[in-house]
Write a protein that binds this ligand. Structure first.
Ligand SMILES: [Ca+2]
Length: 230
């Protein structure tokens, strides 16, 4: 088999536990991994160089073994490593050029915009992104139907600035969403207590029907919404 750049690999790439997750190995200590059924592959850090890998076998999506020339045997228990993607949350004002400093000093009745984003710095899709953001109803009043996400078809790059990401989620540029728990990737939910919306969720959050959110390789997913200061 070959990866998206045409490099050839020796092994059968998929283990039987998960049709989406697979690894393949090849010459010079090369290891690649897919998390979307082989559409995209990205290189994994190899602990050895110059080894011809001849086989890979995973007993589940975490534990696997690689064998190669010279009697080399490698084992992983975390799927070859994990990558963390920080979730950034910022407060903005309409037309702003930079996030507001924290703590936000905004007067009662003024409107601010919250921006939440995740940057995918890898060459692979991040699937099943979920964000659960609690909104303090004693301090903020959510402005109905103000959820906007960055375009799924042409998202901002992972190298883009805060301002570029903020602008990419603006009305008319980003994609407006409904507040409802529907086919959109995000929703605004009242979970009880003080009347009003107090939770913003992104992705197929447990027990909700939002669509699954994914972040395309080397791009940024962002969501913005507006609140009024109480
Ligand atoms: Ca929705």
């Amino acid at each position: 088999m070959a990866d998206q750049t045409g490099r050839m690999f020796n092994s059968h790439p998929f283990n039987s536990k998960d049709a989406n997750t697979g690894w393949a190995v090849g010459a010079s200590g090369a290891i690649i991994k897919t998390m979307n059924g082989g559409t995209l592959w990205f290189p994994q850090t190899s602990p050895v160089a110059g080894i011809l890998f001849t086989g890979v076998h995973f007993t589940d999506t975490s534990t696997g073994y690689i064998v190669g020339s010279g009697g080399t045997i490698l084992k992983t228990t975390d799927g070859g490593g994990t990558i963390s993607f920080p979730i950034v949350k910022q407060a903005w004002i309409a037309g702003g050029t930079a996030p507001l400093p924290s703590p936000v000093l905004a007067g009662k009745g003024s409107t601010i915009i919250f921006l939440i984003y995740v940057k995918n710095t890898t060459a692979s899709l991040i699937a099943d992104v979920r964000i659960n953001d609690a909104l303090d109803e004693t301090a903020f009043q959510y402005i109905a139907n103000s959820l906007i996400r960055t375009s799924a078809a042409s998202p901002p790059a992972n190298t883009d600035t805060d301002l570029a990401i903020f602008n990419a989620s603006a009305a008319g540029t980003g994609t407006a969403l409904s507040d409802a728990v529907d086919g959109d990737v995000a929703s605004a939910q009242d979970t009880g207590g003080i009347a009003g919306v107090d939770r913003i969720t992104v992705g197929a959050v447990t027990a909700q029907a939002n669509a699954g959110a994914s972040v395309r390789w080397q791009s940024t997913f962002a969501l913005r919404f507006e609140v009024k200061i109480k």
